[in-house]
Ligand binder design. Structure first.
Ligand SMILES: Cc1cc2nc3c(=O)[nH]c(=O)nc-3n(C[C@H](O)[C@H](O)[C@H](O)COP(=O)(O)O)c2cc1C
Length: 370
């Protein structure tokens, strides 16, 4: 008999494949961010170098596939395909929450397949913040890491999903302290990731103080977990949860805002995710302060087909990133980090209201006009 967690995971994949679960009115904020086009790039496009080193690992481009799944036969196939694709492209990936396999060792192979298929790629293990409050500790964290021989451990924070889903675990009291204990005990980097509602400067500072190494902002503007749970509630005719999902569909900090809030407040590696959909988004995220970008839902459908489809999706993003860098006249990721970007509209306004200075991004390297 599949467990409750396994059934839920099947539902999530089906809903994400078949229904609209993207933010409806909220946007990532990337639409408020523009590069300053260079009519004279003065570089050769073919010589642009996309390599980057983060967490002591070399990536062929600043891109990973976000945490998605595990625990079921279909999930094993998806994980295996993504792993092979990221190994061949020199990128990285996260697996979905490993809770099901921590509780039932029979399911371990649906996760461990990723290291079998990706001997050298950057792999991120995954456990949930609410589980830490309920008793998960160093032992479970190590189990998750060892299961996939991970290079880093992500601890996901999903308070929005927890309030909307019927099996929601809404006790987060003490999660920060547990995160700190795990960060101290493990000898690999701990990444804290949201799941679609963003992370603010205040939380980023608290997380830095307890020793985490990276923050994956997963802001609003892409996949909405309130939307996923809305569809599940609709199927079970749970009207009050359906309403909750609808009301909170667009809840969160836009991804572009969250990148700036975190990158300007802490000295940690920032991963940009939540609605990253093009190579231009990846480039903007890096210019705003992220080290890597991560995309999840755009990889789901290709991963149900084959490795070629996943590789093609990733390679398109990389080619778009390369073209963006050409048009901005930067031939390395390091230089992209310093490229001027103009922030306007809602995103700039939000950041100003919060005490940040979006205009400083536009004034980078203006040469004789400074
Ligand atoms: C089908 C699916 C399953 C997911 N499962 C997990 C999970 O188990 N753990 C986790 O940390 N995030 C999970 N996520 C969240 C993603 O890692 C990511 O933060 C979020 O989808 C935003 O990125 P996107 O807009 O590119 O999809 C899942 C996302 C999808 C689409």
């Amino acid at each position: 008999m599949p467990s409750q967690i396994e059934n839920r995971k099947v539902d999530h994949i089906q809903i994400c494949l078949e229904k609209n679960v993207q933010a409806r009115h909220a946007t990532t904020g990337f639409e408020d961010v523009s590069f300053v086009h260079k009519a004279l790039p003065e570089i050769e496009k073919d010589k642009i170098n996309l390599f980057t080193v983060l967490f002591d690992h070399k990536f062929s481009a600043p891109l990973i596939v976000g945490a998605m799944t595990g625990g079921t036969p279909e999930a094993m196939k998806i994980n295996s395909i993504i792993a092979e694709a990221v190994e061949e492209t020199g990128l990285g990936m996260g697996v979905g929450s490993q809770r099901a396999a921590i509780e039932d060792p029979k399911l371990e192979k649906t996760f461990s397949v990723v290291r079998k298929k990706a001997a050298t790629a950057f792999l991120v293990a995954n456990i949930g913040g609410p589980q830490l409050v309920k008793g998960y500790g160093i032992k479970e964290a190590e189990k998750a890491v060892n299961m996939i021989e991970a290079d880093a451990l992500a601890i996901h924070l999903n308070p929005l999903q927890e309030v909307v889903q019927p099996e929601g675990e809404t006790n987060y009291a003490g999660a920060l302290e547990r995160i700190g204990e795990i960060a101290k005990a493990l000898d690999i980097p701990i990444i804290i990731k949201e799941t679609g509602s963003g992370i603010a400067a205040e939380e980023a500072k608290m997380l830095e103080n307890v020793g985490v190494a990276g923050i994956d902002v997963a802001g609003v503007g892409g996949t909405s977990w309130a939307a996923v749970e809305y569809h599940r509630a609709k199927e079970t005719q749970d009207e009050s949860r359906q309403r909750l999902g609808e009301v909170f569909w667009d809840w969160g900090i836009p991804t572009a805002v969250s990148i700036v809030e975190v990158a300007q407040s802490v000295d940690l590696t920032v991963i940009a995710s939540g609605g990253v959909r093009t190579g231009i988004d990846v480039a903007k995220a890096i210019a705003l302060g992220a080290g890597l970008s991560s995309l999840t839902s755009p990889i789901l459908r290709p991963a149900t087909v084959d490795i070629k489809e996943v590789k093609q999706t990733l390679q398109l993003m990389i080619e778009e990133l390369r073209n963006t860098m050409f048009l901005v006249g930067v031939d390395s990721i390091q230089k992209l980090k310093e490229a001027p970007v103009v922030l306007v509209g809602k995103t700039a306004e939000w950041l100003r209201m919060r005490g940040f200075h979006p205009e400083l991004y536009a004034r980078r390297k203006r040469g004789k006009y400074t």
